[in-house]
Design a protein around this ligand. Structure first.
Ligand code: GBH
Length: 463
């Protein structure tokens, strides 16, 4: 059946949710206020040359002070679900030990304001802002201690905010704050940007993060005063079959295993075992796994969040692996960044691989991030007409719709991001928002994509 040409096409199920996403360090600013102490990103950003445009994250979108206006924007957009993150260095400024109630109070104010508009909060406990104190103490993710400190932080939060939040996410994108934050050959682009001596040490950091996730799940369940839903959020290496022939699909499934952040991160979290194909490939670089670790890591989850921007094409090949991943030609379309190749069907395949290739058909899924960079400029009338963002989102959402048509359990979608914000090592030069942030005045200007997304939400379909 085809839906093309129908004016009422691409309808989503009644209970499908449409949301927007942000993260604490990228929007809050106020880094020295309310008892907060530095995270590894504060330290890293201060090193000359680490942030592309040399900018400081100290103010970002000043959301700490402007959260009421930002929530008003969300209400205007019509979203009923908001994904944000809580800053560990606000809650436990030294990483472990004393809880800073002033930090907790900020999130109480935020949550009460969301509640006023009937917006459901979905909170990520960790979106990369490790307390600097733990980096100084024991090298943060290089140490197993980080996992238990994370669990204690989770307990502190859920004890205090569990009456207001029932949708939790543990960690955001383990690959990014481990493998892309600890490097062997060069200084990596993400904080703390530490050089380590072996690949095995790098694998140890992601193993510790998996343990943190497992212990964190247990801590949330134990502390929550209400029934709650717990998810893990990972970036998926979406391997897209070049054609949908049986041979290319089988090749894409094999490729899915060996893509390092699948086989080495999603597999243990969702199946309780590192992908055997992957472990074989790693050899001596594989992490040390203690007895009971995999059981701890493999916690029952209520949902799973997929962060998805792009993918890679795979096809069947006459080589020992049976597949090859294709290089992109120089001319391949991308969204103002070499890494965001325009591959709408990568969203469909990410969903299908998590369900089928991992054998987790039982697990409800949501898109926890999807979006793109566009070259936004205000026109003469002071508007931002980001047509390429609209076209990108429209195609990716159609791919999500296909997954739902085929009965994959996709429950909702969070667009990255509500507003332009501090894009990590790219500073403020990469704009992901559907709201334009004027960093000089902190004025918010809804872009054309904001109005388009509002219409999708209103009609519950891709318009
Ligand atoms: C996610 O990271 C994060 O969860 C979110 O915080 C982030 O803002 C969003 O996606 C957009 O990046 O330009 O070559 O230096 C996805 C991982 C991290 C991948 C930054 C691209 C920059 C590569 N992204 N990275 S480059």
């Amino acid at each position: 059946q085809t839906f093309r040409g129908s004016l009422n096409s691409y309808k989503f199920p009644k209970d499908f949710f449409w949301g927007v996403a942000t993260s604490a360090f990228q929007i809050e600013g106020a880094v020295n206020e309310g008892g907060r102490k530095p995270s590894v990103w504060d330290t890293f950003s201060a090193i000359p040359g680490r942030i592309k445009d040399g900018s400081s994250p100290a103010v970002a979108c000043d959301h700490y002070h402007r959260y009421k206006d930002d929530i008003k924007l969300m209400a205007q957009l019509g979203v009923k679900d908001y994904r944000f993150s809580i800053a560990w260095p606000r809650i436990i400024p030294d990483g472990r030990g004393k809880v800073n109630e002033e930090g907790v109070d900020f999130y109480k104010r935020l949550l009460d304001e969301l509640n006023k508009y009937g917006i459901t909060p979905h909170a990520t406990l960790f979106h990369w802002d490790s307390p600097q104190a733990l980096e100084d103490k024991y090298g943060s993710w290089r140490s197993r201690e980080m996992a238990s400190d994370f669990a204690d932080y989770a307990t502190a939060i859920v004890t205090r905010l569990g009456d207001r939040i029932t949708h939790w996410m543990t960690l955001n994108e383990i690959s990014q704050f481990t493998h892309l934050a600890y490097g062997v050959d060069s200084q990596p682009n993400n904080a703390p940007g530490t050089r380590v001596s072996s690949k095995k040490e790098v694998w140890q950091t992601s193993h510790h993060a998996l343990l943190a996730h497992g212990l964190g799940c247990q801590a949330i369940r134990a502390a929550s005063p209400k029934p709650c839903a717990i998810a893990l959020v990972l970036d998926i290496g979406s391997t897209v079959p070049l054609t949908e022939s049986a041979a290319d699909i089988a090749a894409a499934q094999k490729a899915f295993h060996t893509y390092w952040f699948n086989g080495g991160i999603i597999f243990p979290a969702l199946t309780g075992a590192y992908s055997p194909i992957m472990l074989k490939e790693l050899g001596a670089d594989a992490p040390d796994i203690q007895d009971g670790d995999l059981k701890t890591i493999h916690q029952p989850l209520d949902d799973f969040g997929i962060n998805l921007y792009t993918g890679k094409y795979a096809r069947a090949a006459n080589n020992p692996q049976g597949y090859e991943l294709l290089d992109f030609p120089k001319s391949y379309p991308k969204m103002q960044a070499t890494w965001i190749k325009f591959i709408p069907e990568s969203l469909y395949w990410a969903i299908r691989h998590v369900s089928d290739t991992l054998g987790r058909q039982d697990l409800p899924l949501f898109v926890s991030e999807n979006g793109c960079i566009t070259q936004d400029e205000l026109n003469e009338s002071g508007e931002v007409i980001d047509s390429d963002r609209i076209l990108y989102l429209r195609q990716y959402l159609r791919a999500a719709h296909r997954a739902i048509q085929e009965k994959y359990p996709l429950k909702g979608y969070f667009l990255w991001s509500l507003m332009d914000n501090f894009e990590w090592s790219r500073g403020y030069s990469d704009r992901f928002g559907i709201v334009y942030t004027d960093y000089k005045t902190q004025k918010r200007i809804p872009k054309a994509s904001f109005n388009w997304y509002a219409e999708c939400i209103r009609q519950n379909r891709v318009v």
